[in-house]
Design a protein around this ligand. Sequence first.
Ligand code: ADP
Ligand code: MG
Ligand code: ZN
Length: 476
Amino acid sequence: MNMKYEIVIGLETHVELSTESKIFCSCGGHSASNEPNDCVCPACSGMPGMLPVMNKRVVELAVTAGLMLNCNINRYTTFDKKNYYYPDLPCAYQITQLNHPICTDGLVSLKTSQGARDIRIKQIHMEEDAGKLVHGGNYSYVDFNRTSVPLIEIVTQPDFRSAEEVVTYLNKLKAMFRSGGISECEEGAMRCDVNISVRPEGSTEFGVRTEIKNMSSFDAIEKAIQYESQRHIDALEYELEELVQETRRFDDASGKTFAMRNKETEADYRYFPDANLMPIVISDEWLEQIKANKPEEVDEKARLYREAGISDKEIDMLIGNNKISKLLDDVVDAGCNAKDAAAWILTDCAGILRKDGKSLAELEITAEQLSYVIKMVDAGNINRGAGKKILIAVVEQGVDPEAYCKEQGFDAKVDTAMIESVIDKVLDQSAQAVEDFKNGKTKAAQAIFGACMRELKGAGDVAIIKEILDKKLNER
Ligand code: ADP
Ligand code: MG
Ligand code: ZN
């Protein structure tokens, strides 16, 4: 036959929210745990009689995500119990939203190599994550740290037509959610179920779909789409196997998908409203407040950074790291120049961390500390070299920059006059060396510098002394 086929894909994407606590109890949220089961209480480990208490922040982040994805925000939203039994789900049900999800009918615009594409969002709902099974030796262990970590699930219409569109969409979500403080979307914190079908080009009816569960690497998603769509095409083309609607898993090693056990339908989950949770009603005031606090869109943010003279490469680094872009925004709010501040963070701070084998994500400095250093340099109170030294001490040892600056005598206003007078004296006494320097003997400058250092007997900052000497030498 050799017909041409169109690939049709719909995505269900689970994203762990960056909240301080879990969705229905006060245990720390995603990434709060260090050891297995160190972030667990009677509620999230499903003890009998426990009652869930809704985390308000989850609603706010879900609404923010909905606004970013151009959804309708439903003012009346409820929770349902989805019943199934599995060792990582201690209650034997998951609290999720079926009948009244928080957001519906959104739209995401993509730019791909094939041109612009619009992907419709069917809905966004809030739910709790399940725990984790850890297999070792002859035993399996269960870790409840992840139970009740808040998730939003974003369900698209079957609007994707290629793996490229899927990956472009996921990258866009990731950038949006990071910049919006919704999720850092680290490895494993963003997981997709990929629904695939194929149909003869021109056909208006959808083919039988299969669902590949729980994919987190974008690379693997691309490979899985490639394999699975080809399997569908081959099935239709050569009638080797009959396609059935089923759940499959992708095996990274072989690059193939395999059918999974279950074939639950909605009826198997016996969904029913969770009577322990009141319906949530989002008032006009609350919605306005969430809108007002909504961070700028990624594109808008990038535009502002570009206008401030920050380079595209730096913008990518900032947009990809919510903590760092917030630091920059706060430093700018404190009165520093954006382009300068970006260089201090992305070049200087990053360099200090790199020396210790750390990444920018591990930067520990407050906007107050950093803006102090930048302002001291900008005001000419200290030179850049001294600023850098203070920065190193702040980043590596967490010192107070103002105290450290005084202690080290970097505050040039204190002793610049003294340094200048010593340098003037040395220059007066080194007429020959100055003459040599002017005639192109750069080594002469080193000799003069040495003489200054001897005369100053260790007082003053080396960088400042060099700077003043350079200036004075060139004036002679
Ligand atoms: P269900 O209620 O069975 O889970 P949904 O209508 O919620 O089904 O769809 C689940 C996901 O599957 C959605 O992302 C949707 O876009 C996608 N989907 C539905 N039909 C198809 C199809 N024929 N081909 C590819 N994806 C599909
Ligand atoms: Mg579904
Ligand atoms: Zn808990």
